[in-house]
Design a protein around this ligand. Structure first.
Ligand SMILES: Cc1ncc(COP(=O)(O)O)c(C=O)c1O
Length: 445
């Protein structure tokens, strides 16, 4: 008899705590949970609970996936349909979309990717497969490229969902290297090269998230070139790399020397040992967080139409096996926006507002009168910036700000406080940093 035994992975403390609760009242239920079910938990600490939980709770989900038709096509309620802008065809809303995504949307997104990534030239890449926004794309990356025990290399400052996706769910290991050099001047190229050298000859998944969450850092053009060269050098000595470009905040670049292109462009044609995977989407780029439309795109030096089609089908198969397909209505809305003649201008207008907020944040947070309170991590892009607070715990500061100033921030680890300037009016920014300094000093006593 063939058995297919999975190695038993450790159960995280938060998962074990939930298991204890279930065991107390319903021991049989605990017994029937899978290993994955036993390991899992909802992250009770961190960004989700600190910041977005309220938003998540207020949001309505329609979890009913079904279709009925009448003679005009998909059946629909007028009171639902009139909520959408006039001119939407029921066929573009209520029918199932294919598991790989709406074909016109995949084409339009690829066109956009190519326009924004001149270094790609006419190198062949896959068509983007539509995902339920970037989280789903990152999760699919894990399903496709990570077995238990495999390693993912990420910067130490990273989106907190990576370990949940890849460690807790799949048993992979997330290893880190410091994003910044010790003087906080920019990307820590030496640490990156050292981390790659230590893993010479192995299979390795590397995640590059620029603009970065939580720090709001994106490499300069010089740094971007060095990152690509380091990966090429690692590939040349036999390291088999899957380089995941998490481009969630693509386009939000505020400093002149920021690299404007996704590193995917150069990596997709860099070396046979580098599979570049672009994880991107409409979520932040188009300011449609709740619509849940993202994309997974592959590029490799020796990539062929047949190999890309095979990768797309594997990806679509996993979409089919998990969520079946992504909301057709959301895909249609995103497609209409992409094709709209005013799309680029409207997007640029929003990015300009964020650029002005980033500039104000830079001025205020770096004022010399706050030098005793924190260091400012480099930031030049994205939605956020981070402070490294001095002499107090970041979470104590977060609570004080919440309780005494009605100011919501995110504490990360012992020292870091994330401020989303994307949620602040420019006029509010000076007061925000004045309050953070006031709370810091009050806590120090
Ligand atoms: C770096 C990064 N990647 C991916 C995501 C996931 O985005 P989505 O809402 O599209 O799933 C986020 C969301 O905060 C993020 O910050």
């Amino acid at each position: 008899m063939v058995t297919n035994q999975q190695p038993t992975l450790p159960i995280p403390a938060a998962g074990a705590a939930l298991n204890d609760i279930i065991a107390k009242d319903c021991p049989t239920v605990l017994g029937v949970l899978s290993q994955l079910g036993k390991r899992f938990y909802f992250p009770a600490k961190g960004i989700l609970s600190q910041g977005a939980e309220a938003k998540a709770k207020a949001k309505r989900y329609n979890a009913t996936i079904g279709i009925a038709t009448d003679e005009k096509g998909p059946m629909h309620l007028a009171c639902v349909h009139e909520s959408f802008a006039a001119g939407m065809n029921p066929r573009e809303l209520y029918e199932y979309a294919p598991s790989s995504g709406k074909p016109e949307l995949r084409q339009a997104w690829q066109q956009k990717q190519r326009q924004e990534t001149p270094s790609l030239g006419d190198h062949p890449i896959s068509l983007p497969v539509v995902t339920n926004a970037l989280t789903h794309g990152l999760s699919l990356v894990g399903d496709l490229f990570l077995d238990a025990g495999d390693e993912v290399l990420v910067t130490d400052q990273m989106w907190e969902n990576y370990p949940l996706c890849w460690e807790t769910r799949l048993g992979a290991r997330v290893s880190t290297f410091p994003l910044f050099d010790t003087k906080l001047t920019g990307f820590n190229q030496n640490a990156f090269m050292q981390a790659l050298a230590e893993r010479k000859g192995r299979k390795l998944v590397v995640v590059l998230n620029f603009p970065n969450n939580p720090t709001g850092y994106s490499p300069t053009r010089a740094e971007a070139g060095a990152i690509v060269e380091a990966l090429k050098a690692a590939a040349a000595v036999g390291t088999r790399l899957v380089v995941v470009c998490d481009d969630a905040y693509y386009g939000m670049f505020f400093a002149d020397d920021c690299e404007r292109e996704s590193l995917f462009g150069r990596l997709a044609k860099a070396h046979e040992n580098i599979l570049a995977v672009k994880v991107d989407g409409a979520t932040k780029e188009e300011f449609v967080w709740g619509l849940r439309v993202g994309f997974l795109t592959y590029g490799v030096k020796n990539g062929t139409a047949a190999a890309y089609a095979a990768l797309e089908q594997k990806t679509a198969g996993l979409v089919r096996a998990t969520i079946s397909n992504v909301s057709h209505a959301s895909q249609t809305i995103v497609l209409k926006a992409l094709l709209h003649p005013d799309f680029r201008a409207q997007q640029a207008e929003k990015v300009e507002i964020l650029r002005q907020r980033a500039a104000a944040t830079g001025r205020e947070s770096r004022k010399s009168e706050y030098a005793d309170c924190w260091d400012v991590y480099p930031f030049n892009a994205g939605y956020f910036m981070c402070l490294r607070v001095k002499g107090i715990e970041a979470d104590a500061l977060r609570l004080r700000l919440l309780d005494e100033h009605g100011l919501g921030t995110i504490a990360l680890g012992k020292t870091d406080l994330r401020v989303a300037f994307s949620c602040l009016l420019e006029s509010q920014i000076p007061d925000v940093f004045a309050r953070i300094a006031q709370a810091t000093r009050a806590l120090r006593g």
